[in-house]
Design a protein around this ligand. Structure first.
Ligand SMILES: [Zn+2]
Length: 452
């Protein structure tokens, strides 16, 4: 009996305690609502989210509540750091004060790089024609099949999943040193970090992109500030060369992002070779170029200005070496300040020849001829000189008149070079036709296609 009373008392206490908790909880809920109950909740209200289905699509979703029915909507997005927004109309099925909107961005056939950081916002119109705008959001379009790790700095983000933390930090270190050197040498600064995405093996890497040629070992997207490649964890020598070279490419693209012309290949590859190579350009390299000149295999200026060094490894290897030699010569000849002036000239809208002339006092043809004579002791053959001259006089087309892209997006392809080429070409980043010229454009085209 006494036992029973005690049990009942405890039950009563529990019930009272539970009631107190419930009442307190209800009060907690009521108080903030009570404060607002007098006035309408602040409108508009937005809840934005994204759905990652890499590499097929990225879906943007928005729930919006407004004081008047929403009748029209548009999504704006761009890679962080890009100047132009892409805008896509998003249908509002039934005008209402509370709407749910969705836009699916199909990326499957476009080789949109994994790790791309996008910013976006929504703009809505209500039935009175008032415009409502959401805050700006960011979304990182990661390859969700892997568990990415990251080392993040002010100017560089390295993303990887194969290999431990120390490996990631080693990669970050290599990239950071390349950036610091580029800043020091060229006097450039970075507003947005460069993003380096590293797959652990070829199969994983290839599965992230539409079908590509067997030899492609990486894709650089200079205009997006992203480079993607596969590097087996622990392969340090390869990692150092590839990363330094590719980061130099992205950094140089960023340094010249306001230019109206695409800098010629000899300049961009030469800079990447100069900054990415563990050794300096020296007598061994010079001798190889002299030998090539004697054999009539030295690349002409027109070839070095093209946007591809081709698929022939021997030819490409010499073209890299010659580009490196030209940039090294220009560096000695025109100096750091001259180089910085050259970049400033390009950014001010000059052609490559005009910028070179303003900064160093000679155009590409004269540079090439002097390099041959003074550095290699070679007299240019009439045909080489003629062809160089023809090319040099031809105005470099502005980006919007470049040749149409063969594919929607043309990122720079980085092949895995055979050992022979690798020994000569520090990082082996052969860029195939039209890459840098059309990458930005192609992306624009793609975006426009997605948003008719
Ligand atoms: Zn390269």
């Amino acid at each position: 009996m006494r036992e029973q009373v005690t049990v009942r008392a405890w039950r009563a206490i529990r019930v009272v305690r539970a009631l107190v908790l419930v009442v307190a909880g209800v009060l907690l809920l009521i108080v903030p609502w009570g404060a607002n109950a007098q006035s309408l909740p602040d409108l508009p209200q937005f809840r934005a989210r994204t759905e990652n289905d890499f590499p097929r699509a990225l879906t943007f979703e928005l729930r919006a509540q407004a004081s008047r029915p929403i009748v029209e909507a548009r999504l704006y997005f761009r890679p962080t750091g890009a100047s132009a927004w892409t805008s896509a109309p998003v249908p509002v099925e039934r005008p209402a004060r509370d709407v749910r909107l969705s836009y699916e961005w199909f990326t499957g056939n476009a080789a949109i790089p994994p790790g791309l950081l996008l910013e976006y916002y929504w703009r809505l119109w209500d039935q009175e024609g008032e415009t409502l705008e959401t805050p700006r959001y960011q979304v990182e379009y990661l390859d969700a099949r892997f568990d990415w790790q990251r080392v993040e700095g002010e100017k560089l983000v390295v993303l990887w999943y194969a290999g431990d933390r120390r490996w990631g930090e080693a990669m970050f270190q290599v990239g950071r040193q390349a950036i610091e050197r580029l800043e020091r040498e060229f006097g450039i600064t970075f507003g947005h970090p460069i993003r380096v995405v590293v797959y652990g093996n070829r199969r994983d890497f290839r599965s992230a992109f539409p079908p590509m040629q067997e030899w492609v070992g990486g894709q650089a997207f200079p205009q997006l500030g992203v480079t993607v490649q596969f590097i087996a964890p622990g392969n340090r020598a390869w990692m150092e060369e590839v990363l330094a070279h590719e980061v130099a490419h992205l950094a140089f693209a960023r340094a010249t992002e306001r230019a109206l012309v695409i800098p010629p290949d000899w300049l961009t590859e030469g800079v990447a070779m100069m900054l990415g190579s563990p050794q300096r350009f020296g007598e061994a390299q010079r001798e190889r170029l002299r030998q090539a000149a004697r054999d009539g295999r030295l690349p002409r200026l027109s070839f070095l200005q093209s946007d591809s060094f081709g698929a022939d490894h021997q030819v490409a290897s010499l073209a890299y070496l010659a580009s490196w030699g030209l940039v090294d010569f220009l560096w000695q000849e025109c100096g750091r300040e001259g180089f910085q002036e050259l970049i400033a000239g390009l950014n001010a809208g000059l052609s490559t020849d005009e910028a070179l002339e303003a900064a160093c006092g000679y155009d590409q043809e004269a540079l090439y001829a002097r390099w041959l004579a003074e550095e290699l002791g070679v007299t240019p053959t009439p045909s080489a000189s003629q062809e160089g001259s023809k090319r040099a006089q031809a105005p470099t087309p502005p980006p919007d008149q470049g040749e149409p892209a063969a594919q929607p997006v043309l990122p720079a392809a980085i092949p895995i070079p055979p050992r022979l080429l690798f020994a000569v070409v520090a990082a082996g980043c052969v860029i195939f036709a039209g890459t840098t010229v059309t990458a930005a454009l192609a992306l624009g085209t793609l975006f426009r296609r997605r948003s008719p």
